[in-house]
Design a protein around this ligand. Structure first.
Ligand code: F6P
Length: 542
């Protein structure tokens, strides 16, 4: 298989980078009054403006040529066809089947996956309705008022991010909590004010072996059985979401109360599987179905739209241009919508666990950058924290701004709409990053000469802006799918497997080895630094 750097289009892009070194966004906008409207693509409720990326038509053409040269559309089809593209784990990658419409089906190797997907969705819907109506009762016959989802990584970040984002759609009479960290404080904080008699615990784990989740599940069982005084209470207060029925049964949860998913769903791609049960309980089955509809709309677009108008492909290609040709190693995701507060954290796992790789599909070392460091905070908070570096620091950090036209929180004080302030800031930031402020402009403002250099903004810092009319279950689903597919596109271009995560294993193994040494000096030694810290900790924990 050819390395990306050996491809003709990659070489063209490298030449263009050299030729266009002095290309500025000021010049690009000046020379083309239509640049703004021209560099917009819209789909599934989202409008992507990529005109503030440092690209001209030649660069875009070369990026599209790159997509063709790696046979991106062939790779997309391979995923949708259910080929085992996760080669290191010998698995298909079929999160797209999770949102297939019941009536359309989703056939892989002659088997329609839609009936099994919808059978689970139907069970989830029936269970959710019973809990929401109060007809699923606890051990003491009281209705469920609180739901605690126990899970970590993909078994937490998706539903917790989405439940936060869709709070206006949630049933307010149900209190929803998420426990992920093995730090007992996380569990304590979540259940502190809950009544065990009215609490449902969802143990969410694809493998049902994850150390943190199993420890928290045991803590929950102890808390609940301790309060209700009867081991049989587990049957009414615990359900599981997993692919591992044996481990669920061994934990003591009746597999009749288990919602399954499949090995072909990666953890970080699982929010739309049964892992979304907590979300469905909160927003109800109908709105969960709208959420899946949003994913589906983006899937169909991704599969069918030409490269030039394809949102995930555009995002993926522009990210490659920034990372591999303009030297950016990070991506700031900046939602100007408080309800998307956890979206950057969600994307961290999606992107960094998928493309944080330095080995190609066939095991060779990469000699090009792969996944960026993803970070972000909601605007405007980030402006008062880390934007200084984005505007004037020595590294160029591409930004994805995200906003909506209509808010669910229309606070107006003295005629001033908070949402106007928020949106004005969003638009101002991408302008400031793109066009900056020159020394001449700073001087023209009457700035003292010794301060001029400090007040110059270099500009020419790339960003995308994604806008939707409002954040709904459907637009949120489409937004998630947009980034899922963008990550896929970049994995294909970089030649890495976006669907394994071997890099998380070593730490897990070492934690198991170190555990006994926290309690006993007789445990096998590690290294002089670790042993020194263990000794110090043991001395203070006796
Ligand atoms: O450690 C990483 C990881 O395997 C993620 O990929 C996954 O989302 C998370 O752990 C949780 O795994 P599980 O759902 O099996 O508990």
């Amino acid at each position: 298989m050819k390395q990306p750097t050996e491809l003709t289009s990659w070489k063209t892009l490298a030449q263009l980078r050299d030729q266009l070194q002095h290309l500025t966004l000021r010049d690009l906008f000046r020379s083309d009054p239509d640049r703004g409207p021209r560099m917009v693509a819209e789909q599934a409720g989202w409008r992507l403006d990529y005109s503030k990326q440092i690209v001209n038509d030649e660069v875009l053409r070369a990026l599209f040529a790159l997509a063709r040269e790696v046979d991106l559309s062939g790779r997309v089809e391979a995923m949708f066809r259910g080929e085992r593209i996760n080669a290191t784990e010998d698995r298909a990658v079929l999160h797209v089947a999770l949102r297939a419409a019941r009536e359309e089906g989703f056939v892989v190797d002659g088997v329609d996956l839609a009936p099994q997907v919808h059978a689970v969705l139907d069970r989830m819907a029936e269970f959710s309705r019973r809990v929401r109506r109060g007809t699923w009762t606890g051990h003491t016959s009281r209705p469920i008022r609180s739901i605690v989802n126990i899970g970590i990584g993909g078994s937490d970040l998706g539903p917790s991010m989405a439940a936060r984002a869709l709070r206006p759609y949630c049933d307010e009479s149900l209190s929803l909590r998420f426990v992920a960290n093995v730090d007992g404080a996380d569990f304590d904080d979540a259940v502190r004010d809950l009544d065990p008699a009215e609490t449902l615990v969802i143990v969410s784990s694809k493998t049902f072996t994850t150390q943190e989740t199993m420890a928290n599940a045991r803590a929950a069982r102890q808390w609940l059985v301790g309060a209700l005084g009867d081991e049989r209470a587990v049957a009414r207060h615990f359900v599981a979401v997993s692919t591992n029925a044996k481990a669920v049964a061994a934990f003591g949860i009746d597999t009749a109360n288990m919602f399954e998913f499949w090995e072909w769903v990666g953890g970080r791609y699982s929010v739309d599987s049964a892992i979304g049960l907590s979300l469905m309980l909160a927003i109800g089955p109908e709105q969960f179905s709208d959420f899946l509809g949003g994913f589906r709309a983006m899937d169909q677009h991704f599969r069918a739209a030409p490269l030039e108008r394809n949102l995930p492909i555009l995002l993926g290609l522009l990210g490659v241009w920034n990372a591999n040709f303009r030297g950016s190693q990070a991506l700031a995701v900046l939602p100007y919508d408080q309800s998307l507060a956890r979206f950057p954290a969600y994307l961290q796992q999606l992107d960094m666990e998928s493309n944080g790789k330095s080995v190609t599909m066939d095991g060779g070392a990469v000699s090009w950058s792969t996944g960026p460091v993803v970070f972000g905070e909601p605007g405007t908070n980030g402006q008062h924290a880390f934007y200084q570096l984005i505007h004037q620091g020595t590294s160029v950090i591409p930004c994805d701004f995200i906003g909506v036209a209509r808010t669910h929180a229309p606070v107006v004080v003295d005629g001033v709409r908070h949402h106007d302030l928020l949106l004005a800031n969003l638009l101002a930031q991408s302008r400031a990053l793109a066009f900056g402020r020159t020394a001449a402009e700073v001087r023209a403002e009457g700035t003292r000469e010794d301060l001029v250099a400090h007040r110059v903004f270099p500009g020419n810092r790339p960003s995308n802006t994604l806008l939707a009319e409002s954040l709904t279950p459907a637009t949120l689903g489409a937004l998630i799918a947009l980034y899922e597919h963008k990550v896929f596109v970049q994995g294909v271009l970089w030649g890495v497997n976006s669907f394994d995560q071997w890099g998380v294993e070593l730490g897990k193994t070492l934690a198991q080895q170190i555990l006994p040494a926290l309690a006993s000096a007789d445990a096998p030694p590690s290294d002089s630094s670790t042993d020194g810290m263990l000794q110090w900790l043991r001395d203070r924990r006796q």
